[in-house]
Write a protein that binds this ligand. Structure first.
Ligand SMILES: NC(=O)c1ccc[n+]([C@@H]2O[C@H](COP(=O)([O-])OP(=O)(O)OC[C@H]3O[C@@H](n4cnc5c(N)ncnc54)[C@H](OP(=O)(O)O)[C@@H]3O)[C@@H](O)[C@H]2O)c1
Length: 199
């Protein structure tokens, strides 16, 4: 039986991936800040070092998926971005994934990225630059660990709470459901393809 740790596994993409891996016989541990009726849930914030230690203790894991992310304070120009919130976005979206990679020697690591890491969208400077940093540290880790598979994965737009937060009041039901992305993500995980950035 293979085992996976998926951060942010109670909603959206993380939940959909966890459900499918379980259906395929994997042992799956997930986390989230809030209680939810999800098997294998360890409640906590990935930005908390004590919580990360608890996650690592639930291993060993063959697969680590750094999926949990925060958007930050909605759309905010960098000129006015509150720096404490900027630091928090980096703590969750960039520092926590690296910290978990340091703690968990999984053969396959997926760091969930975004097109905002590549494109310069007005108002997305906190989230986008944190994801760009995540992409770059994934690329460097891949060079430092040729024996492991380290992937950045951009899932594209999805109909989730995080996406709704980015488009408040807008009908986002035309965006693909996170379940539609899961087959592609599992295909990547099982592919043995070279480390790198995939969309
Ligand atoms: N949705 C999109 O259109 C889109 C596009 C590109 C990239 N992405 C990326 O896809 C990934 C999944 O996003 P999603 O849209 O599926 O998000 P989502 O539906 O909002 O789900 C986020 C999950 O992460 C958990 N979470 C959030 N902050 C956390 C923290 N600090 N510690 C632990 N758990 C935390 C949430 O639970 P709690 O709230 O209980 O903590 C929830 O289970 C993210 O990396 C996101 O950046 C999404």
């Amino acid at each position: 039986m293979k085992s996976a740790l998926i951060t942010g596994g109670t909603r959206g993409l993380g939940r959909a991936l966890a459900d499918e891996l379980r259906r395929r016989g994997w042992r799956v541990v997930v986390d989230a800040r809030h209680e939810a009726d999800v098997p294998g849930l360890v409640v906590g914030d990935v930005a908390d070092p004590g919580h990360r230690e608890a996650l690592a203790a639930a291993g060993p894991f063959d697969l680590l998926v750094n999926n949990a992310s925060v958007l930050g304070p909605g759309l905010s120009s960098l000129e006015k971005y509150p720096l404490d919130e900027f630091r928090h976005v980096y703590e969750v979206n960039t520092v926590a994934p690296l910290a978990l990679i340091q703690l968990i020697p999984a053969d396959v690591v997926v760091n969930v990225s975004s097109d905002a890491a590549v494109e310069a969208y007005e108002g997305w400077g906190g989230y986008g630059s944190a994801k760009a940093a995540l992409d770059h540290l994934t690329a460097v880790l891949a060079v430092e660990h040729p024996d492991r598979k380290l992937y950045s994965f951009d899932p594209g737009d999805m109909n989730t709470d995080l996406h709704q937060q980015a488009f408040p009041g807008e009908d986002i039901s035309d965006r693909p459901e996170p379940e539609s992305v899961v087959p592609r993500l599992i295909e990547l995980i099982e592919s043995g393809r070279p480390s790198g950035r995939y969309t």
